[in-house]
Design a protein around this ligand. Structure first.
Ligand code: UD1
Ligand code: CA
Length: 521
């Protein structure tokens, strides 16, 4: 049993490929899209990004992308995902063999294991590629093909075996006989090659096939013909090799990827009440005992702390949520929510919002570039833009931080333990001192010193008897008459005299006789 020894060795050591080649030149016409297929994203990452992440997990000496259709955009995305990536251009789509030949002709000798994979197979995991590489090295193959058994093999290349079961070659569907089409073991399109043999073999690939293309699949028969070993690794989960050719498959693959992420988080101690309506991006992190309620989307680098309760109905992007905070029906981007804070329902946190520990942001409140101190409250119907609110302040319902004068944005500072009355407008730049109050309905344009009450509104005038004089015959006038009769019995049906008597249609009351004024508070 001498052959078993190297296999055992391979189990403990993971060979490092000299290169991984990611094929991404295809046009993806069935996407019917303005952008190249491989730039379509799922779970917050482009398909190309997923492929590069899976390939990068093998720690190859070189990571190579073959770009053709939309090469500028594809190159830019490749560089963004993997700064060390090398892009090789394939200027005409002459087949998968041609694509690999462009790489070997550009990079020269690649002595070692070369892995080839596709940019449109986002479910493929590093561990599957790693198993392919281990088997390839352990068996001493010139080529090892990742295969899968599928219920419907149509469209795929079929795996052709010799009578002894060894891999003889791959035949494309268009070139297959009826008997070959029945074969349910298919070519995934991922391979491990002996790099020293690959360059010579791809040069010998012919175009005498149904599609007139250079098929990379032909390399298997070429190497076998030269007397080299060829083998296969069967993918444990055939779903991993599902390619994306249209938007229906993109949605299927996204749901599968999302489900995989959610399962990982649930096994790590996160409660996800309804996985079918919960969506997380690949870079999201969730701490144990976090609870995610239905209809929640967590995007970008969102980070949810232990015990936090998110949802139902939240969209959080690049948002961090602290220990035991609660967030309900909220949209948030580039914001921080402190431990024990509560946000929503119906809050909107825009970039630069920082909610302190235990603070409360309530219903129909929008914040932007604003800090809210520990224990402070903005409970109802407010806009808080470009502001700092001190700890334990209470911002009254419908307080508006008017940050924009039509030309520039200005900042507002609210000290600790401040109380703003309902419907206060704070016209920036303005400072409300520590412990100060503002009166309801005030338009505050000047600083309020610490401990002062800022009042900035017109005095109230009550024009006695106005309704009975000016709105006779209405329900209001009748109600007023009843109230007057109850308060002063015997005054009967005659309308009262008042300061405005004789001033029909007078709607201005400043300085009018008999008007009662009442100062704020
Ligand atoms: C290929 C395989 C087939 C396999 C299937 C798995 C060949 C000849 N056939 O078929 O055996 O079952 O994948 O999905 O390889 N590409 C380039 N340059 C090209 C052509 C293709 O970069 O000139 C890229 C595409 O962007 C794509 C991948 O290679 O990512 C596969 O190309 P595609 O045309 O979809 O190959 P299939 O015909 O599906
Ligand atoms: Ca394909």
């Amino acid at each position: 049993m001498p052959a078993r020894y190297p296999r055992r060795l391979a189990v403990v050591s993971q060979p490092r490929p000299v290169a991984v080649i990611v094929l991404a030149a295809g046009e993806g016409t069935r996407m019917r899209s303005r952008i190249p297929k491989v730039l379509h994203a799922l779970c917050g990452r482009s398909m190309l990004g997923h492929a590069l992440a899976a390939a990068g997990g093998l720690d190859p000496q070189r990571l190579v992308v073959v770009a053709g259709h939309g090469r500028e955009e594809v190159s830019a995305e490749a560089a963004r995902c993997a700064p060390d990536v090398r892009v090789v251009v394939q200027d005409r789509l002459a087949g998968t063999g041609h694509a690999v030949r462009m790489v070997t002709e550009t990079l020269g000798d690649l002595p070692g294991i070369v892995v080839v994979t596709y940019a449109d197979m986002p479910l493929l995991r590093t561990q599957t590629l790693a198993a392919l590489v281990r088997e390839h090295a352990a068996a001493g193959n010139a080529v090892t093909v990742l295969t899968a058994r599928v219920p419907d093999p149509s469209g795929y290349g079929r795996i052709i075996r010799d009578d002894d079961g060894s891999l003889a070659g791959i035949v494309e569907e268009a070139d297959a006989t009826a008997a070959q089409r029945v074969i349910d073991e298919i070519n995934s399109g991922c391979y491990a090659f002996d790099g020293a043999l690959l360059a010579g073999a791809v040069k010998r690939v012919a175009t005498s096939n149904a599609q007139g293309q250079e098929y990379l699949t032909d390399v298997v028969a070429i190497l076998r013909g030269d007397g080299h070993l060829a083998g296969t690794v069967l993918a444990a989960d055939p779903a991993e090799i599902q390619g994306v050719n249209d938007r229906v498959q993109l949605a299927q693959v996204q749901r599968a990827y999302n489900g995989r992420l959610l399962e990982t988080w649930m096994r790590a101690g996160v409660t996800i009440v309804d996985p079918s309506s919960t969506w997380v991006d690949v870079d999201v992190t969730l701490a144990p005992d976090a609870e995610i309620l239905p209809g929640t989307h967590l995007e970008g680098r969102t980070d949810i702390g232990p015990g936090a309760r998110i949802g139902p109905g939240c969209l959080l992007r690049d948002t961090s949520v602290g220990l035991d905070a609660t967030v309900l029906y909220t949209v948030s981007e580039s914001a921080e929510i402190g431990p024990g804070a509560s946000v929503g329902p119906y809050a909107r946190l825009r970039p630069g919002t920082r909610i302190g520990p235990g603070a409360h942001i309530g219903t129909h409140v929008e914040l932007k570039n604003a800090t809210v101190g520990e224990g402070a409250k903005v409970p109802h119907l407010s806009y808080v833009g470009d502001a700092d609110i001190g700890e334990h302040s209470n911002i009254g319902a419908a307080t508006i931080f008017a940050n924009y004068d039509g030309m520039a944005k200005h900042r507002t500072t609210v000290g600790p333990h401040v109380f703003t009355g309902s419907d206060t407008v704070l016209v920036a730049p303005v400072t409300i001192g520590d412990g100060a109050y503002t009166a309801a309905g005030s338009v505050i344009t000047e600083d309020v010193p610490p401990g002062a009450l800022g009042v900035a509104r017109g005095r109230q005038h009550n024009s006695a008897g106005w309704v009975e004089r000016q709105r006779p015959g209405t329900g209001s006038a009748a109600a007023a008459a009843r109230a007057r009769e109850a308060a002063e019995p015997g005054t009967g049906g005659s309308a009262p005299t008042g300061g405005d008597k004789g001033h029909e249609g007078d709607k201005g009351h400043e300085g009018a006789e008999g008007v009662e004024g009442k100062q704020a508070r």
